[in-house]
Design a protein around this ligand. Sequence first.
Ligand SMILES: Nc1ncnc2c1ncn2[C@@H]1O[C@H](COP(=O)(O)OP(=O)(O)OP(=O)(O)O)[C@@H](O)[C@H]1O
Ligand SMILES: [Mg+2]
Ligand SMILES: [Zn+2]
Length: 510
Amino acid sequence: MFSKAYSAAIHGIDGLIVSVEADVSDGLPIFDMVGYLGSEVKEARERVRIALKNSGYMLPAKRITVNLSPADIRKEGTAFDLPVAIAILAAFGHLPEECLKDILIIGELSLNGNINKVNGVLPIVYSAKQQGFTKCIVPKENAREGAVVVGMQTFGVASLTEAVELLSGKGEYTPEFVDIKQLFRRDDLEETMDFSEVAGQKAAKRAIEIAVSGMHNILMIGPPGSGKTMLAKRIPSIMPDLSFDESMEISKIYSIAGLMDQQALIAKRPYRSPHHTITTTALVGGGMNPKPGEISLAHLGVLFLDELPEFQKNTIEVLRQPLEDKSITIARLNASYRYPAGFMLVAAMNPCSCGFFPDRNRCNCSINLVKRYLNRISQPLLDRFDICIEALQMNYKELQIQEKQESSADIRKRVDIARKIQMERYEGQNIYFNSQLSPRTIKKYCKLDTKEQSLLEQAFIKMNLSARAYHRILKVARTIADLDQSDKIATKHISEAICYRSMDQKYWGE
Ligand SMILES: Nc1ncnc2c1ncn2[C@@H]1O[C@H](COP(=O)(O)OP(=O)(O)OP(=O)(O)O)[C@@H](O)[C@H]1O
Ligand SMILES: [Mg+2]
Ligand SMILES: [Zn+2]
């Protein structure tokens, strides 16, 4: 007898429907699986055979063939165990074939017949809905992920026996329910860290506000203890709330990485701060069984690289391409995958290995040593920071001042306004932030009058700027003007933007 069940494979961050066909015939009692299978899928044979036996199904000695199609996509992972077992049961007549017609099935089997969680449930269920499925069976632990897909009934099951009962209409099973509104309630998401805890540092806070408003990459340079890490940790607290669509996009990535942890959706902006010992693969993604890296886990949020020069040089250099493209393509022998990587890069560093350059009372590093330290950051990477600021050490007096500091909520209000202006200006153009402007769109949206033009020209000559730096100044000036709710980019906006470019001249210039 023959039967067919539906399942799905992951490709990049999308699910692709896979049909699982089982055929039972007379002949030598062997169990064969075909269809361009990765090693974990090949091992499904053993898990399925033993799980079926331990769930009480004695299969007659027949020849079993299972085929996963389409044949041109490679199937990886353990999520095919359950659909394979179900298709075999149907082929042996333990289940009516019609009950498999319009339901998608995924899950890993334990030898005792229990169902274990798998990665990628959200993108699979999401794609299944788009393909017209309205019902799916997933591991109990992943049920909340599937339940956020509107129009899909997601059933969570804990064992093979439960899955069979559900399919044959025995027992009471209700689809998982998640209250999506509740997930986005601000009180439940309240940030624990707030800018009001940071004393002084007015200039740094202002630069961060601009950076967040236009999604500009920012580099902070300064001596130990000047509060760089403290400032960076508070950046998510001034970022705009996530929309449902954004949350869905981020959650798909976390689902594939296996980081959902029984949450239904990721409702907070990501903040990732990998240690400087991180490998290139963990940072950008990839590996044998491809997974998104930190740059994708930081999508629509912040990637914070603390102690930037301490990272392996080749590891941070790979960031250059995703920083431009907002995504990463991982090419492998048999396929290539694309993961989103639209993060805001925040980096912090000391100016030398002791940390106190150019304070000659405290820093004994030779000029050569300082240069070598700074040169761990290449010019092209440095060019990708629109804003570069110095974090200065606070003195005792400044830390003692009891002046009330502005809260993150107050700063966020201004950021929200600047973001709204950008959204309206770029509507329908696939541009969301000023930092995404290309040289062509800069011409259109960052027009300068003669006075502003000549100011920028002087700076260009005096500071010996590159073409890239010139464009970055214009984009930052656009954001500063937006924060000011000014259509026109005025002299003060240009000169402030130039300031954020002059810090790298101070350290890296001749
Ligand atoms: N502006 C400030 N207001 C309040 N506390 C501060 C401020 N600056 C620094 N601190 C205190 O100093 C500690 C050290 O700051 P932080 O770790 O952010 O410094 P850093 O610049 O990252 O130093 P390093 O270069 O050593 O990593 C903070 O945890 C905080 O307690
Ligand atoms: Mg630090
Ligand atoms: Zn030094």
